[in-house]
Design a protein around this ligand. Structure first.
Ligand SMILES: Nc1nc2c(ncn2[C@@H]2O[C@H](COP(=O)(O)OP(=O)(O)OP(=O)(O)O)[C@@H](O)[C@H]2O)c(=O)[nH]1
Ligand SMILES: [Mg+2]
Length: 415
């Protein structure tokens, strides 16, 4: 049977009168509702409480919690879903106070990911995120149960079990980490091999539902599943991209981002997301027809920042322009406007990708090394062309022609 839920949010009353805060909350709740829907949960309504601060024990006010409890009883609500992350204590207190199951946005996203993961790697990553989320929460409960179990120092029956649970989690986390390290090493190896064969890689990133997979299919004639749902893609896929210049390139499709993406997920999906960070070009796909596209862009940029990928060449691709007024679509500058669905703009996009993929061009560089820096010189000899070397006032001065990637490694010695 479908679970029935109410969505709950707190609006900081300091900003109660600003229309911005109101519409921001309602957008965020729209999205939470979409997440719930995707997870197969029926949403019956929303409750927004204005407060100056969230309550440390209940997140919302006690009166509001009582009201929710009555409401839940009348309407047979099973679940309360909070739009912000709850502390373990708040979650427990709320469950006790209202008699409903309580979830926060992070947990909802985590369980959605768990439902979606298909490959072994995807499943491991989600499990890792869940365990990391659970761990501090178990400890919190342990403290409380040990108090129930008697005086300080005595071991309550609950505590023993929790200790074993906790230890089991720690072990499992360590094991998954080892397996993921293995996966990462393998991917790294594959990337290096691609690097050697001078195949450029291009990654699609973007807000969930922006149309990444549709664009991926349109550009590569692959058939990755596409759906009007959040997080339809979790596992990365790689396909050959046919560029106008006929240079070899690979395109990768991957998991979408969302506002308030749980940090544990970003960390857990590192192996997948490294593909993005290490690609030669990032295509940031934006659903330009969404009235909230600017905020979505910003959320994606924040994640890229977290991944240290902001310095990469990024091309913004405004998608779904078929849904827009053609006047406005024409005014879009500095980005490529496309419709992955109708195919309009795709030729121009491929040309732009080609222009931006200057695969590791050679750079003329002048360096100054301390004489002890022998490794740098041998790197230059292996990977570039040494034009001149001489000692100038106790330092080794080197003139060389180097691929950009190598030059970057020695950046701190550049003159
Ligand atoms: N009208 C229109 N719809 C599009 C376009 N591109 C994608 N869509 C639709 O947008 C929805 C989401 O597309 P996907 O390609 O699954 O989006 P995604 O970014 O891969 O989403 P996730 O993998 O869930 O993060 C689907 O219903 C697509 O048919 C477009 O250019 N125009
Ligand atoms: Mg997708």
């Amino acid at each position: 049977m479908k679970q029935r839920a109410l969505l709950v949010a707190v609006r900081k009353s300091r900003s109660a009168h600003s229309r911005g805060a109101r519409s921001q909350i309602s957008d965020s709740l729209d999205e939470l509702q979409a997440l719930a829907f995707t997870a197969g949960i029926e949403v019956l309504g929303r409750e927004i409480q204005a407060r100056s601060e969230t309550d440390p024990a209940l997140f919302i006010g006690r009166g509001k919690a009582d009201q929710l409890q009555q409401h839940a009883q009348k309407a047979a609500v099973d679940l309360l879903i909070f739009d912000d992350e709850l502390s373990p204590t708040q979650q427990r207190n709320l469950e006790r106070q209202t008699g409903c199951g309580v979830l926060d946005r992070t947990q909802l996203i985590l369980s959605l990911f768990a439902q979606r993961a298909r490959t072994r790697e995807g499943k491991l990553q989600v499990e890792l995120a869940q365990l990391n989320y659970l761990r501090p929460r178990l400890t919190g409960r342990g403290v409380e149960l040990s108090r129930l179990g008697g005086g300080i120092g005595t071991r309550g029956p609950g505590e023993t079990k929790l200790e074993t649970d906790r230890r089991r989690i720690v072990h499992r986390i360590a094991r998954i980490r080892r397996e993921m390290d293995h996966v990462r090493a393998q991917r790294q190896l594959q990337r290096e091999r691609r690097h050697e064969t001078a195949v450029s890689t291009v990654s699609l990133v973007g807000y969930t539902n922006a149309g990444k997979s549709t664009l991926f299919n349109a550009l590569t004639t692959a058939s990755v599943p596409v759906a009007p749902q959040l997080f339809s893609t979790l596992d990365p896929t790689l396909r050959k991209l046919q560029l106008p210049s006929r240079r070899p390139a690979l395109l990768s499709d991957t998991v979408g981002f969302i506002r308030k993406l749980p940090h544990t997920l970003v960390t857990a999906f590192r192996a997948t997301l490294e593909e993005v960070v290490e690609s030669d070009l990032i295509l940031h796909v934006v659903d330009r027809s969404n009235p909230r596209f600017l905020e979505q862009e910003e959320a994606v940029e924040q994640v890229l920042e977290e991944l240290n990928a902001r310095a990469k060449p990024i091309l913004r691709v405004y998608n779904k322009v078929d849904l827009m007024d053609s006047e406005i679509a024409l005014k879009i500058k500095d980005t490529v406007a496309v419709s992955a669905l109708t195919g309009s703009g795709l030729e121009r996009l491929l040309e732009r990708i080609d222009e931006l993929l200057v695969r590791d061009p050679l750079i003329d560089c002048l360096f100054e090394f301390p004489l002890s820096e022998g490794g740098a010189l041998s790197l230059i000899q292996r990977r570039g062309r040494l034009l001149d070397q001489r000692v100038v006032s106790g330092m080794l001065r080197v003139h060389a022609l180097l691929p950009q990637s190598v030059a970057l490694k020695l950046q701190s010695f550049r003159l």
